[in-house]
Design a protein around this ligand. Structure first.
Ligand SMILES: CC(C)(COP(=O)(O)OP(=O)(O)OC[C@H]1O[C@@H](n2cnc3c(N)ncnc32)[C@H](O)[C@@H]1OP(=O)(O)O)[C@@H](O)C(=O)NCCC(=O)NCCS
Length: 151
């Protein structure tokens, strides 16, 4: 049986996490342009330097499969995740988010995604997130995005 665990991200994980976000299919799904190497490493440094951020490596049977992250801004606390393509469709993101929600206990917890990102929507729904009503969406909402929250 597949074992999914979370642990802090180490510098050894960064080349694989760089490749994950560089995958065109993954970038298109998330709607987030891939970063080139220098940008990616500078971004990681900024992320790890901010104590409001929580980042975890997703490990599947001992192998790095992706990451889950949480950050806070004026819109509240948010969560995001990315799994390497070769692990897709095995319930990894669903389990990783379930584990992460035990660590990130602040509510509401927000997640937004492209309307086309059916897989990510299912990951959120299976973890109890609900689609926000239009009146609850952020003022700067993107028309091609859905906004979810865990109350
Ligand atoms: C979205 C993503 C995290 C899903 O990861 P995953 O480990 O494959 O997800 P799971 O296996 O836990 O699947 C969860 C559900 O979504 C469905 N699903 C997953 N990918 C899907 C796809 N491309 N199209 C339709 N359904 C999909 C699964 O069938 C499952 O639903 P079910 O239990 O009702 O059958 C992964 O594809 C990914 O990292 N994509 C690129 C980055 C990204 O989009 N991150 C989210 C940004 S909002």
């Amino acid at each position: 049986m597949t074992e999914v665990t979370l642990r802090p991200i180490t510098t050894d994980d960064l080349p694989a996490l760089f490749e994950n976000q560089y995958d065109p299919a993954s970038a298109a799904m998330a709607g987030v342009p891939s970063k080139e190497e220098a940008d990616f490493y500078a971004h990681r440094e900024r992320v790890e330097a901010n104590p409001d951020n929580v980042t975890r490596a997703v490990v599947v049977d001992g192998e790095l499969a992706g990451d889950v992250v949480s950050w806070a801004d004026e819109g509240g606390r948010h969560v995001g995740y990315r799994i390497a393509q070769r692990f897709w469709g095995r319930g990894i993101a669903t389990t990783a988010l379930q584990l992460f929600l035990k660590e990130i206990t602040e509510r509401p917890l927000n997640a937004d995604l492209l309307r086309s990102n059916v897989g990510s929507r299912r990951v959120l729904e299976k973890n109890g997130f609900r689609l926000l009503a239009p009146s609850e969406e952020p003022i700067d909402r993107e028309p091609d995005s859905y906004y979810f929250c865990l109350d």
